[in-house]
Design a protein around this ligand. Sequence first.
Ligand code: ZN
Length: 84
Amino acid sequence: MKASTCATCGGTEFGVKLQSINDSKYEFAFIQCAGCGVPVGIFEEKHVGHTLEGIIGGLRQMNERIERIEKMTAAIGRMLEGRR
Ligand SMILES: [Zn+2]
């Protein structure tokens, strides 16, 4: 596959620069040509995929805690049944 080329200066190196945009509460990351600074792509600084990974990790931890609580509750139930 060919390397991406800046349409303005022909540069082939790019970088990321965080940038605020007027009237937006989110910060964005601009993918810019390293030679002339022309933006060639923009994505949210707090990328939605990264945010989702955090949420999924939190849900996994919560699920593990619920499973431990269920096992403990069942064990307590069995102990109470044994006392009758
Ligand atoms: Zn350029």
